[in-house]
Write a protein that binds this ligand. Structure first.
Ligand SMILES: [Zn+2]
Length: 140
């Protein structure tokens, strides 16, 4: 896999910024919604719905958490695009980069495949290492 070219980096940066704007807006709106739900009056009529509301709220809070995680990953990706001295440059798999360094091989096989970056421009791992990272998280 070749490393991303300058025009590709600009394209990924634009995608990341767009996604960041969308998510930041979403999280703000959802948080307001969740707060409003918890502010609602506790009249008798309303108590019957309380269970559903709590479930909705937990669901919304879960979404917020996921989106905030993605926002963090997007910011990290943007930092790596901007930092030409980054230890691991944007577009490289964090895990592959570590292994490449260790074995002192050519740095060409640590790049995340471009179709994957087109789809998830904030990806930190190649598909293989992403799967391993997710497996670790399930066990943890
Ligand atoms: Zn990898």
């Amino acid at each position: 896999m070749p490393k991303p070219t300058k025009p590709e980096l600009s394209k990924y940066r634009a995608m990341l910024e767009q996604q960041l704007r969308t998510l930041t807006g979403d999280v703000g709106a959802m948080r307001e919604e969740a707060l409003r739900a918890s502010d609602q009056d506790n009249s008798v009529d309303h108590l019957a719905d309380q269970g559903t509301d709590n479930a909705d709220q937990a669901f919304t809070l879960g979404l917020i958490e996921n989106e905030e995680e993605t926002i963090g990953l997007i910011r990290e990706a943007l930092d790596r695009i901007d930092d030409e001295e980054a230890a691991i440059p944007y577009g490289a798999c964090l895990q592959c980069a570590e292994e490449v360094d260790g074995k002192n091989r050519k740095k060409t096989d640590m790049w995340i495949p471009k179709p994957r970056l087109e789809y998830i421009p904030w990806a930190r791992y190649c598909i293989q290492h992403q799967q391993e990272a997710e497996k670790d998280r399930e066990i943890a």
